[in-house]
Design a protein around this ligand. Structure first.
Ligand SMILES: C[S@@+](CC[C@H](N)C(=O)[O-])C[C@H]1O[C@@H](n2cnc3c(N)ncnc32)[C@H](O)[C@@H]1O
Length: 322
């Protein structure tokens, strides 16, 4: 098991956790204490992005590459929790509340090609909890696959709630729709069978900017930045956006891995660190999720936000200040 270096030899801890409830939910599931007192799952060398690159030897790089390969293989076998031993994964699974229809869907998905793409039960439970604590009525998912994460969100929505589910693959959607019906939530899910960027742009064109409470991005990695910008327009101030695979099987932390998807996620993560339109929390659950809270009002109030403030958001600001 990887051990942390002493606190004094470490760079500063990751940015403050902005979404306290979400962080608490994750922390409750994780084991080893970190030097700065928060609790996070003990990570492999490949996933310790906060270690300084110059501290790493070439043998560390080789072992981090094989750790990434092992993480992909584990995900393929249905054990999608970066850095967790099979024993910890089983324990996590035993401590997730999973709706019986979600379980059936997970079992069917496990027999299908690409099953490693599905979020883990613990991730789905976190998405459902965020939906509930936000009191969300209007949600968007980008990348449905067979519907596991979207079904978890749809189950958490009230009867009047809607989830816009964007997916380009019709065969995956057939599986998803079957399970939406089986769980009695099909009326809440508005399926958009198209390229996700086109679907999001058409929502904006239809005047739906600033009207969504919650969004989950889990599709093509090289489009993350575009989805993020489109969803920042669609999600209201104070809403949440969650994005999956930000640790990308640990590859983002390995300077020797430079394929296009890894570079794209690494650049996206860097951009987020510098983006003061949002509060962020990168959570090492599943393959890593970053939770963003849109905080435009806060940044406007501090005078540090200078562009892309549309009239609707300014309207919200005016209302809030009266
Ligand atoms: C990682 S999977 C989603 C997994 C899903 N969230 C779950 O937990 O089961 C990514 C999905 O995004 C879809 N996808 C990829 N590129 C897309 C695009 N440009 N537009 C719409 N869907 C896309 C793929 O077909 C695939 O089903």
């Amino acid at each position: 098991m990887h051990r942390f270096a002493s606190a004094s030899s470490l760079p500063p801890p990751p940015p403050a956790v902005a979404v306290a409830v979400a962080a608490a939910a994750v922390a409750a599931r994780f084991g080893s204490a970190t030097p700065w007192g928060s609790r996070a799952l003990s990570l492999t060398t490949a996933t310790c992005a906060w270690r300084r690159p110059h501290m790493r030897s070439s043998s560390a790089s080789a072992s981090s590459s094989s750790a990434a390969a092992a993480a992909v293989e584990e995900a393929r076998q249905g054990r999608k929790q970066l850095g967790a031993t099979p024993q910890i994964f089983e324990y996590l699974l035993d401590n997730v509340r999973e709706h019986p229809v979600l379980r059936e869907l997970r079992e069917e998905t496990a027999t299908m090609r690409g099953s490693q793409m599905q979020v883990s039960p613990a991730q789905a439970q976190l998405l459902a909890m965020l939906t509930q604590i936000l009191g969300a009525q209007r949600c968007i998912e980008v990348g449905v696959y067979t519907g596991y994460s979207s079904l978890a969100v749809a189950l958490a929505l009230p009867e009047s709630g809607i989830l816009v589910a964007c997916e380009k693959d019709e065969r995956c959607l057939e599986v998803a729709k079957k399970y939406y019906r089986r769980a009695g939530v099909a009326h809440k899910v508005h399926v958009k069978h198209a390229l996700a960027a086109d679907s999001l742009n058409s929502l904006i064109d239809c005047g739906e900017a600033n009207s969504y409470d919650f969004a989950f991005i889990d599709a093509d990695k090289r489009m993350y930045e575009e989805y993020y910008e489109l969803l920042l327009k669609l999600v209201r101030v104070g809403g949440l956006i969650v994005i999956d695979n930000v640790l990308w099987y640990g590859r983002v932390a390995d300077p020797l891995v430079n394929d296009l998807k890894t570079i794209s996620i690494r650049n996206f993560n860097k951009k987020l660190m510098e983006d003061n339109r949002v509060n962020i929390s990168m959570v090492p659950i599943g393959d890593g999720m970053t939770i963003f809270a849109a905080v435009w009002l806060l940044t406007i109030a501090h005078g540090s936000y200078g562009e892309q403030v549309n009239e609707l958001q300014m309207g919200c600001f005016m209302l809030a200040s009266h």
